[in-house]
Write a protein that binds this ligand. Structure first.
Ligand code: ADP
Length: 434
């Protein structure tokens, strides 16, 4: 609501002429038209000045009143917040630009919008030339470009840094805003080096132990228990333990080799003969204590390393026998599935509680150390199985119910399956037999 005081001021333009007319009339009544006009003009001018002053004073007062009535801090708070926000954004930008991880913001057309200092160092990007260029084209002929070309869906590990070939990166692509993506590259060279040191250490220790253990084991074998009847038990125990140590060393060396390997030999692994061998081994190990069943439902061979696949698949059979009481049964099954083929070993043994399942493939992870040792285990078998399967792009699935038994299944993809050789001959001859 406007204040009362505005009335005379807003009336100012109307009041002025009527006042001038009134003054002229008064002057003429006084007898002098000229005097009357001059007086009228002078008074009008003075009054006009007074009204003008009043008018401006009112406007100033109204403005002050408005400023005082207005929520006092609206524009100030807005300004303060804007300034704070701008400062925070700037801090964030400065921090992001100095992060040790490389960051590259890519727009919906895969063009580089922004990158930080680490991206210059690790990815070799240059300012300002590389702003707006397609990242894939900029990193052409590198592992990273191939990965970007395939969509960069899964993070990429141990990739050589295009800007610093001596460094190793872990790279991932994250969605950013509506259409953009953020490439994040972390320098993992120190972790790779540590892993390498650990692998070398284990491999070297195992190698160093191998020769003295072979010598000790050899001499123990030479000793005749009949020459020392009072020490027969001790001799047996020494032989058993030296054999165990030899097996541990062999398994550690196998693991070291599998860890450093990136690919396997691509041989045909005939499943019919391999399954027959596995059954024979199972029977030899069981020595009639279990029922061994072999089911072959799939006419496909595997492609990969014969030696490593045999070692992994027989490990599962040996575990099934070692962790199943006498009278139990072991089923070795090879079956085709929609997404490839599955090799599985099912036993009616002790079973495994769910809480242990996720850790079973860790080195030396055992549910019961004494049971593992008594049955001649090294604690490295499932770790070897996992590595072999990884090298064949396959995975291990474990299902188990304590007290009822377990199934260890190796799931192979279709790219690892081969038609048996006689099928190929069929195909070559057009499928006709004379
Ligand atoms: P180990 O040489 O001790 O058998 P593995 O790596 O082969 O080592 O297995 C790890 C652990 O997993 C074993 O110690 C055992 O506790 C458990 N395990 C493996 N296979 C079976 C099975 N078929 N039934 C029950 N437990 C098993």
């Amino acid at each position: 609501m406007m204040p009362q005081r505005t009335t005379p001021v807003s009336a100012y333009p109307v009041a002025l002429p009527s006042m001038l007319a009134g003054l002229l009339l008064a002057g003429s009544l006084l007898g002098s038209c000229w005097h009357a006009s001059m007086t009228g003009l002078a008074v009008t001018a003075i009054l006009e000045l007074v009204f003008l002053l009043q008018y401006f004073r009112h406007r100033v007062n109204a403005h002050i009143a408005f400023t005082q009535r207005r929520p006092k801090s609206t524009p100030d708070r807005f300004m303060i917040r804007s300034r704070r926000l701008a400062a925070s954004l700037n801090d964030l930008r400065v921090t992001a630009s100095r992060l040790p991880d490389a960051l590259v913001l890519i727009d919906s057309h895969d063009r580089v919008r922004w990158f930080n200092q680490a991206a210059e160092r690790l990815l070799g990007l240059r300012r300002p030339d590389d702003r707006g260029v397609r990242l894939e084209a900029r990193l052409a002929r590198t592992e990273l470009a191939d990965w970007l070309h395939e969509g960069g869906i899964d993070p990429l590990n141990h990739v050589t840094a295009p800007g610093q070939p001596s460094r190793q990166l872990q790279v991932s692509l994250l969605p950013y805003g509506q259409q953009m993506r953020l490439l994040l590259a972390r320098d993992i060279s120190h972790m790779t080096r540590l892993e390498q040191v650990r692998r070398d250490f284990v491999a070297n220790v195992s190698h160093e132990l191998r020769t003295p253990l072979t010598v000790i084991h050899g001499y123990l074998e030479l000793l005749d228990p009949e020459d020392m009847p009072e020490h027969v038990q001790i001799l047996d125990e020494m032989r058993l333990q030296s054999k165990r140590m030899e097996q541990i060393v062999e398994d550690l060396l196998t693991l070291s080799r599998l860890e450093t390997q990136n690919h396997v030999s691509e041989e045909r692994v005939g499943m019919v003969p391999l399954l027959a061998t596995l059954r024979k081994e199972a029977e030899a190990l069981s020595q009639g204590r279990h029922t061994i069943v072999l089911e072959n439902h799939c006419d496909r061979d595997l492609q990969g390393s014969m030696k490593d696949l045999h070692s992994a698949l027989s490990n599962l059979v040996s575990n099934a026998i070692r962790y199943t009481s006498t009278g139990g049964s072991i089923t070795i099954r090879w079956a085709c599935s929609e997404a490839g083929a599955i090799y599985s070993v099912t036993d009616t043994g002790f079973g495994i509680a769910e809480s242990h399942l996720a850790r079973l493939t860790e080195r030396f992870y055992r549910i019961s150390s004494s049971r593992s040792r008594e049955s001649g285990g090294t604690g490295l078998g499932l770790s070897i199985v996992k590595h072999v399967l990884n090298l064949h792009q396959a995975r291990l699935e474990i299902r188990s119910v304590p007290g009822q038994g377990s199934t260890f299944a190796c799931v192979f993809g279709p790219e690892r399956l081969l038609k048996p050789e006689n099928h190929e001959l069929d195909a070559l001859s057009g499928g006709h037999h004379d």
